[in-house]
Design a protein around this ligand. Structure first.
Ligand code: IPM
Ligand code: MN
Length: 352
């Protein structure tokens, strides 16, 4: 029997509540499809930071390395200054575990949840491959004359040939494997960012033409991309982009698929430890009320199963989520589901 050790970081706010439901569904899937999941919990997050003064203990990254996957609830605490936990936990793990891909599917499960007029599930089904280790997120840059009237702040976008190529290669392979419309769109800003996206664009066509003749290469500026997400989402199959643009367009993507209640993502290191998370935040005001939507966390678990190779179980979880969203959930927002957090988890688990 296949057996997987999974690290679980419930984290802050509603993170632990939604994670509990994800674990419930994952255990049910493991029972049904005949594999074992051994969950090991870690208490990283705002509460621990406030208690100990450190965002992550130094041993954390090495401890997590022995797991093929981490399931993360949410990071963000109202009493901790913005940036401390994001940088100290989330970004640190993404960087040190070399999770160089952030994979964010944008898929509409029911027409009722789409804010766009006349768009159906078959129109909203694309995936964003976001570079996850470079760009504006490296922390490169600094201040000169900070705090004076002459101060200068520089924040640099780092784009290495190696980092860009491995991201593009993953995106091409993913597009081929997905085999939907076999189209990969590079989302950039070649008309203004003439160094960074020049490198991206050259590497994109080089790799595409040389190694992926069956994949159609397309290009869109990031501003136009946001326009088309709203106007013609059906044009997209797989989109590849840098870290910052990927961050921005995937929030828009999340809204197009029905909101943060349903949007999930995976931080992937195909050779190491990957980390799966609902992409909404810790929603502190709903903490402990049993009203937050756990579907995004359940979908993160579904992506994890798929990534681990338990593809039949992953497909079953997705079908269960689709059934429950169509038949049981009134709205996807917190407090509007017509069901509690734990009822949604129960329904998905039963529906497997
Ligand atoms: C996300 C988040 C993070 C990011 C923040 C919390 C650092 O917005 O996962 O998209 O910018 O990547
Ligand atoms: Mn974001």
């Amino acid at each position: 029997m296949n057996s997987y050790d999974i690290a679980v970081i419930g984290g802050d706010g509603t993170g632990p509540e939604v994670t509990r439901e994800a674990l419930k569904v994952l255990q049910a899937a493991a029972g049904k499809f005949g594999f074992r999941l051994n969950f090991v919990e870690f208490d990283f997050g705002g509460a621990r930071y406030l208690r100990t003064g450190e965002a992550l203990p130094d041993s954390a990254v090495d401890e997590l390395r022995r797991f093929p996957a981490v399931l993360l609830g949410a990071i963000g605490h109202p009493e901790v200054k913005p940036g401390v936990l994001e940088k100290g936990i989330l970004l640190r793990l993404r960087f040190e575990l070399e999770q160089y891909i952030n994979l964010r599917p944008v898929k509409l499960y029911d027409e009722r949840f789409c804010p766009l007029k006349d768009k159906r599930p078959e129109d909203v089904d694309f995936v964003v491959v976001r570079e996850n280790n470079e760009g504006l997120y490296t922390g490169s840059g600094g201040f000169v004359f900070k705090g004076t009237p002459h101060e200068v702040a520089i924040q640099e976008s780092v784009n290495t040939r190696r980092g860009v190529e491995r991201c593009l290669r993953f995106a091409f392979e993913y597009t081929r494997k997905r085999n939907r419309r076999n189209t990969l769109t590079l989302c950039g800003k070649t008309n203004v960012l003439t160094y960074a996206f020049d490198l991206w664009e050259r590497a994109f066509y080089e790799i595409g033409e040389r190694d992926f003749p069956g994949i159609k290469c397309d290009y869109a500026h990031v501003d136009a991309t946001t326009m088309w997400f709203v106007k013609n989402p059906e044009w997209f199959d797989v989109i590849v982009t840098d870290n910052m643009f990927g961050d921005i367009i995937t929030d828009l993507g999340a809204m197009v698929q029905g909101g943060m209640g349903i949007a999930a993502g995976g931080n992937l290191n195909p050779e190491g430890t990957s980390m799966f998370e609902p992409i909404g935040g810790s929603a502190p005001k709903y903490t402990g009320q049993n009203v937050i939507n756990p579907l995004a966390a359940i979908c993160a678990g579904q992506m994890m199963l798929d990534f681990l190779g338990e593809t039949a179980a992953a497909a079953a979880v997705e079908q269960a989520v689709i059934r429950v969203t169509r038949e049981n959930v009134k709205e996807l927002g917190a407090g509007k589901m017509g069901l509690s957090t734990s009822q949604v988890g129960d329904l998905v688990a039963q529906s497997l």
